[in-house]
Design a protein around this ligand. Structure first.
Ligand code: P5A
Length: 429
């Protein structure tokens, strides 16, 4: 992709409305634009990141045995009356009527919808377990939408729902998602701490929030310092171990009954990037999702739900990975792997070397954003650092003549001069 043709409206100045660094950088890097409070348009660079995050989430859910569906954003009020949540949800729910005067709503979550689908098709324990998820926009009319995509009103969520015959099966499904979440967040370059949390509007009595530590986080969290040294790659044995180490959000933390000695207790701020729930038969009993067991016994199915804030993750990753010059994308979600900088557009040798490098990278299936614009070198460096692509290939007139390129690693700032072939080999590896 050539930058001269790309829609990348970067801002030089810091936008006044942005209070935290990720919001500032997302606006400055031309990733999003606000439409109204808490509602955003995603521009090309932002869309690429959002879709890459969604793809990592999708791959991890599929690997964990979940199946992807796609439910609507608009739901009938009737469904929520059946579960008893319609009135209780209050002003956070966006409600409206269609032309036939039917009451509708923009879904803030999909427990009712998936339970209805399940109820109408599954009748026997033999068809269990099942775990269905989708990646779909939600609307919650938050009192205080803020921090850009972090607390939006419209936001993209991965929400999954498990169905099991009994508690043992349901807890297994819960633990399976617990592990899948650890893997997903690790792939996104994040260290997430699972914490006991309030179950709020969703219900049930077992839930974990996955929090990354950040000073700008909205939640106050408390945890055993054992979490500070836990950096092992996620594996199944870890689930029970992590669930036994103390960590809780402010709402769940009770200083009077906290089992952790004061010198081991850490207090910090966190960003909630995921939340999993076990709520048993709350929705299945209300909506009549009944299955027949091995002995002919009929019972409401056992369920849990599992959410990841996909659009929030874009901001959360930036909070965790940036410097004074801009964003530093982890490879797994970078909108392009390489930023190619032509230091002197119009110079024949530079143009040729850059054109060849772009073509070779594209052939090797390495995504590249080629800054071919006629701009000052300083402005080009600043833009590339701002948008945070993991690698930069810099080609100036002298280097082009000598058949050399400069390779810069955005994260470490390390620079190296080498042949175009050697650079290609590094980048395609
Ligand atoms: C779990 C899946 C649920 O809604 N029902 C289906 C359950 N959980 S939750 O905790 O309320 O939300 C799941 C995740 O969505 C993100 N999130 C938000 N992101 C941006 N703006 C918001 N206003 C917002 N609200 C929730 C969070 O990452 C949360 O963990």
């Amino acid at each position: 992709m050539r930058l001269s043709e790309y829609f990348l409206p970067v801002l030089r100045e810091n936008p006044q409305e942005a209070q935290i660094v990720s919001h500032r950088l997302m606006l400055r890097a031309g990733m999003v634009r606000q439409s109204s409070a808490g509602i955003y348009s995603w521009l090309p660079l932002g869309t690429r990141v959002l879709l890459r995050i969604a793809q990592v989430v999708r791959e991890e859910m599929d690997a964990a045995g979940c199946q992807e569906v796609l439910m609507p954003t608009i739901q009938p009020a009737e469904l929520w009356r059946q579960s008893g949540r319609y009135d209780g949800y209050g002003k956070e729910m966006l409600r409206f009527r269609d032309r036939h005067d039917r009451e509708m709503l923009y879904g803030p979550t999909n427990e009712e919808q998936i339970t209805e689908i399940f109820r109408d098709s599954v009748k026997s324990y033999r068809d269990l377990p099942k775990n269905l998820y989708h990646i779909q926009w939600k609307f919650r009319d938050e009192v205080r939408p803020r921090f850009g995509v972090m607390r939006g009103r419209e936001f993209l969520m991965k929400d999954g729902y498990s169905f099991d015959w009994d508690y043992v099966g349901a807890k297994k499904s819960y633990d399976n998602m617990f592990l899948a979440y650890l893997k997903t967040f690790a792939r996104l370059g994040l260290v997430a701490i699972p914490m006991r949390a309030d179950t709020g509007q969703i219900g049930g009595d077992l839930s974990h929030e996955f929090q990354i530590l950040a000073e700008t986080g909205e939640s106050e969290v408390f945890y055993d310092l054992a979490f500070d040294s836990l950096r092992a790659a996620p594996h199944p044995d870890m689930v029970a171990e992590l669930q036994s180490i103390y960590a809780a959000t402010e709402e769940k933390h009770d200083p009077a009954s906290c089992p952790v000695a004061p010198e081991r207790l850490r207090r910090a701020r966190g960003i909630e990037i995921g939340h999993i729930f076990y709520f048993g038969t709350k929705y299945s009993a209300a909506l009549g999702a009944i299955v027949t067991g091995p002995d002919g016994e009929q019972r409401p199915v056992e369920s849990g739900s599992y959410g990841i804030g996909v659009s929030r993750l874009v901001g959360a990753i930036i909070e965790a990975s940036h410097d004074a010059n801009g964003i530093i994308w982890p490879d797994s979600v970078a909108p392009f792997k390489v930023g190619l900088i032509n230091l002197k557009a119009g110079d024949a040798a530079c143009d040729r070397a850059c054109g060849e490098m772009e073509a070779a990278l594209t052939r090797a299936a390495v995504s590249v954003l080629h800054d071919d614009r006629d701009e000052r070198a300083g402005a080009k460096f600043a833009t590339m650092d701002l948008i945070g692509l993991p690698w930069q290939v810099i080609i100036g007139p002298k280097a082009a003549q000598a058949g050399r390129v400069e390779l810069k690693h955005r994260k470490t700032g390390e620079r190296q001069e080498l042949s175009p072939e050697a650079a290609l080999q590094r980048l395609a590896g």
